[in-house]
Design a protein around this ligand. Structure first.
Ligand SMILES: Cc1cc2nc3c(=O)[nH]c(=O)nc-3n(C[C@H](O)[C@H](O)[C@H](O)COP(=O)(O)O)c2cc1C
Length: 355
């Protein structure tokens, strides 16, 4: 292939390079993968209503998330075990994100520590994605390190009290290599090679709204709730002091049958009514997808598999290029919609055309 022109091109390159186990884990969803497909299909149900003659000679894609400026309204989503995709793992992802002017949410199942990431990419915006282990001592240590390493937020993932059944992983017998460094999970897991479901069984399924106070007390960082898809939970999130919400269904990897995140976004944005920032993830593959999410009320999006396709295909440069493709496609979309910045996108710029 010549120079990749789209995330779909990077997906093909990643498939060529990866073994069947990591590929299944990266691309698979849960159950019948209905929600996985819906995340993509939902973008096609909305069409644009461009405005013309708007002076679009100067366009900026920059915005802020929780007060930090980023050059594109796209942050790299937390994706576990990134050394499976490149020897430098999350360090390469962070360098690619920084080169594109944005940041990275680092999984609890990261193969690199926040400190290693900060030295590989000084000043990069880092958020800490948190899973709470039954052994709260392990989570306490995690949060202590995170605060010391200059993380700007804790992203508590709330849609994974247990791991859903992911049949692609089971069919190929995917297991996590026992020598994978897991600085924030190894103390709970020990040395045994295990499949993801065994590792996630060590998480605390009793976590409830009350625990937000415990997490806030441990870290002092703003808390972002990842995995909210209803107005009811969005209102509870605001009442319990969340600083932001990520409308997410874990990339179609948890409860199969929940709606596409683009379909859940309007009810969450309406319930929140501007009181906290709302982000979306799930199925972002094009700059036009970003534009549609912003028009429906998201301040920014997170992208999971897309940047990891870049990581697997070309390391740090691949991550950077994937994010630059999203930036260039978004710039073009803004221009042709008659907008000069993400803030100018409104509900009036899109319409739902299919059910
Ligand atoms: C391989 C893989 C691993 C993931 N690991 C985590 C994780 O450790 N923590 C988490 O909160 N979400 C995790 N996610 C979910 C992503 O953060 C994100 O919600 C999802 O990938 C967004 O959909 P997209 O991949 O279509 O962009 C993972 C997703 C993938 C594909």
């Amino acid at each position: 292939m010549n120079v990749p022109l789209s995330i779909a091109d990077y997906e093909r390159l990643a498939e060529e390079r990866l073994e069947s186990g990591p590929w299944a884990y990266l691309t698979g969803g849960s159950g019948d993968e209905w929600t996985l497909r819906e995340n993509r299909a939902a973008f096609a149900r909305w069409t644009f209503r461009p405005r013309v003659l708007c002076d679009v000679s100067e366009i900026s894609t920059a915005t802020t998330v929780l007060g930090t400026r980023i050059e594109i309204p796209v942050v790299v989503a937390p994706v576990a075990y990134q050394q499976l995709y490149h020897p430098d793992g999350e360090c390469a992802t962070a360098r690619g994100a920084a080169a594109a002017g944005t940041g990275i949410a680092v999984s609890t199942f990261s193969t690199r520590s926040h400190e290693e990431i900060a030295s590989a990419s000084p000043g990069v915006l880092q958020w800490c994605q948190l899973y709470v282990f039954q052994d709260r001592g392990v989570t306490h240590e995690h949060l202590v390190e995170v605060a010391a390493a200059g993380c700007r937020a804790v992203v508590l993932t709330v849609d994974t009290p247990r791991l859903a059944q992911r049949e692609r992983d089971l069919r190929v017998g995917f297991e996590i290599p026992s020598d994978l460094p897991l600085p924030y999970a190894r103390a709970a897991i020990g040395d045994a090679p295990k499949n993801p479901a065994d590792q996630f069984a060590l998480l605390d399924a009793s976590v409830s709204w009350r625990d937000l106070e415990w997490i806030a007390g441990e870290s002092n960082l703003p808390i972002v709730l990842k995995g909210v898809v209803t107005a009811e939970d969005a209102r509870l999130a605001v009442e319990h002091g969340a600083a932001a919400i990520i409308v997410s269904n874990h990339g179609g990897r948890q409860l199969d049958g929940v709606p596409a995140t683009l379909d859940a976004l309007p009810e969450v944005a309406e319930a929140v009514a501007g009181r906290v920032e709302v982000y979306l993830d799930g199925g972002i593959r094009r700059g036009t997808d970003v534009a549609k999410a912003l028009a429906l009320g998201a301040r920014a999006v997170l992208a999971g598999r897309g940047p990891v396709f870049g990581l697997a295909a070309a390391g740090e440069d691949g991550v950077r290029h994937v994010l630059e493709l999203l930036r260039d496609e978004l710039t073009l979309a803004l221009c042709l919609l008659g907008c000069t910045s993400p803030d100018e996108l409104t509900r009036g710029h899109i319409q739902r055309t299919a059910t």
